[in-house]
Design a protein around this ligand. Structure first.
Ligand code: AMP
Ligand code: GLY
Length: 431
């Protein structure tokens, strides 16, 4: 079986690595990939922003299954185009991906289907913003409607600040492009958890829960990033809570999309906040989370009748997902991101990375490349997030010690990481 994975980050490295665990011994090609992915799969160039480039690569490769990592190709309608041409694809159509690509659509969908979420208003003009703000207390959350790479959310302490943020999202000053709408939202407090579910358009299969760390600074300070770390344990959500979330959020969402004529096939990422009023949806994503994926996938047990990720993705794409398709290791996992100094602002690239060979020999550690390239035979930095270092352990603490031992063995100029991934959890309970 030949599989094409689209994307170039740590998430795609984890997807390729996990697909390769399959006993079916698949051939995996990645477009465009990175230096780490190139060590385990053939990489082919593609312009990820260009639909015709993505279509040409797929037609040249003739995969049996295409797995799409990032949201941009989904928003371009890659799944629609490939499906029309008879390819089997894991990922939602452009219409189904609107659960991620339009926050206004997502909030209205949540309301139509009684999914628990913060109170909100969708506004298209300053007049609407002013009127809506009279119904909110502070802090108030302002969200851009469209894709904003993690920069589209402002938590505002006063209505004046919220008014300005919303106005600047609409006129394009804040994000560089005009937003058709903004969403004002009630501010919620509680612990955040990501529950990702696979779906074949009808059935739902939850993955192990994870928590990600979006801010650049320790203790969740500073600007938002693409994600600085994550962890996954079986205890992050009790099994009864997972059942509740599937029954009250994930399954009704999949049913709702099917009922509206836009069935959702792929992975539905439910970003949740566990509030005093119960679990609330902060957002949907229409793809695997990054770096949650790097923490979650190494916990899949590939043994006996449990055949692993490839078989689950293929079953979802073919419309025959089974509820016992995946088994999970008991061991917790942690992923720590090694980033370039300056990220999420400007940073320099091209710095050689050392220590990767030493880390490759470490027990229960796997390094996924996020932003790396090959230059004159050496692996060098090429992005803000450079490596996603994942470790499993008998306990969360052991996983944490292993991940940081690996991070410390890796060097490149300007290496930065957060030291507090999973720390809060270790303080809450003795693990
Ligand atoms: P989102 O892109 O919608 O997930 O928002 C990014 C981050 O902003 C979330 O992970 C939360 O930490 C925070 N956030 C979003 N919505 C709310 C809300 N209604 N109340 C409090 N925090 C929020
Ligand atoms: N980790 C958050 C995201 O992938 O959007």
């Amino acid at each position: 079986m030949k599989v094409l994975v689209i994307g170039s980050g740590g998430r795609e490295h984890a997807l390729v690595w996990s697909i390769l665990q399959s006993p079916a011994a698949p051939e995996v090609v990645c477009a465009p990939g990175n230096a780490g992915i190139a060590a385990i799969a053939r990489c082919v160039p593609v312009d990820i922003k260009d639909l015709s480039s993505l279509l040409s690569v797929t037609m040249a490769e003739q995969p049996d299954l295409t797995v799409i990592g990032p949201e941009l190709p989904l928003s371009l309608g890659l799944v629609d185009e490939l499906t029309l041409r008879g390819y089997r694809v894991f990922g939602p159509t452009r219409a189904a991906a609107m659960l991620e690509t339009s926050k206004a659509f997502a909030k209205q969908f949540m309301q139509r289907h009684n999914l628990p979420t913060a109170g909100y208003a969708v506004c298209h003009s300053l007049e609407e913003i002013d009127e809506a703000l009279t119904h909110f207390t502070t802090p108030v959350v302002v969200k851009a409607d469209g894709l904003a790479a993690g920069k589209g959310v402002a938590i505002c302490d006063s209505k004046e600040i919220a008014r300005t943020a919303a106005q600047e999202m609409l006129n394009g000053r804040l994000l560089g492009s005009r937003q058709p709408a903004v969403v004002l939202e009630e501010f919620l407090t509680g612990d955040e958890v990501s529950l990702l579910v696979l779906s074949d358009g009808e059935r739902v299969l939850p993955l192990a829960p994870a928590r990600d760390y979006k801010r650049i600074g320790e203790n969740n300070t500073g600007p938002n990033t693409g994600g600085m770390g994550a962890y996954s344990t079986n205890t992050l959500l009790e099994p009864e809570m997972v059942d509740w979330l599937v029954a009250h959020i994930a399954q009704p969402a999949i049913d709702g999309m099917a009922a509206e004529g836009t069935p959702f096939r792929g992975v539905l990422y439910c970003g949740l906040m566990m509030t005093a009023r119960g679990p609330m949806l902060l957002e949907f994503n229409a793809r695997f989370g990054d770096p949650e994926t790097e923490a979650i996938l190494p916990r899949i047990e590939v043994r006996g009748e449990h055949r692993g990720l490839l078989e689950a993705l293929d079953a979802a794409a073919a419309g025959r997902l089974a509820s016992d398709q995946l088994a999970w290791k008991r061991q917790p996992s942690i992923t720590v991101i090694a980033a370039s100094a300056g990220y999420p602002g400007s940073f320099s690239a091209g710095h050689p990375i050392t220590g990767l060979d030493e880390v490759a020999r470490m027990e229960d550690v796997v390094v996924f490349h996020a932003g790396t390239a090959r230059s004159e035979g050496a692996v060098v930095t090429s992005g803000g997030r450079v490596l996603a270092v994942t470790a499993l352990g008998e306990t969360l603490r052991q996983a944490q010690q292993r991940a940081y031992a690996a991070i410390d063995a890796i060097q490149f100029q300007g290496k930065y990481c957060r030291r507090d991934i999973a720390r809060q959890s270790l303080e809450d309970v003795t693990l």
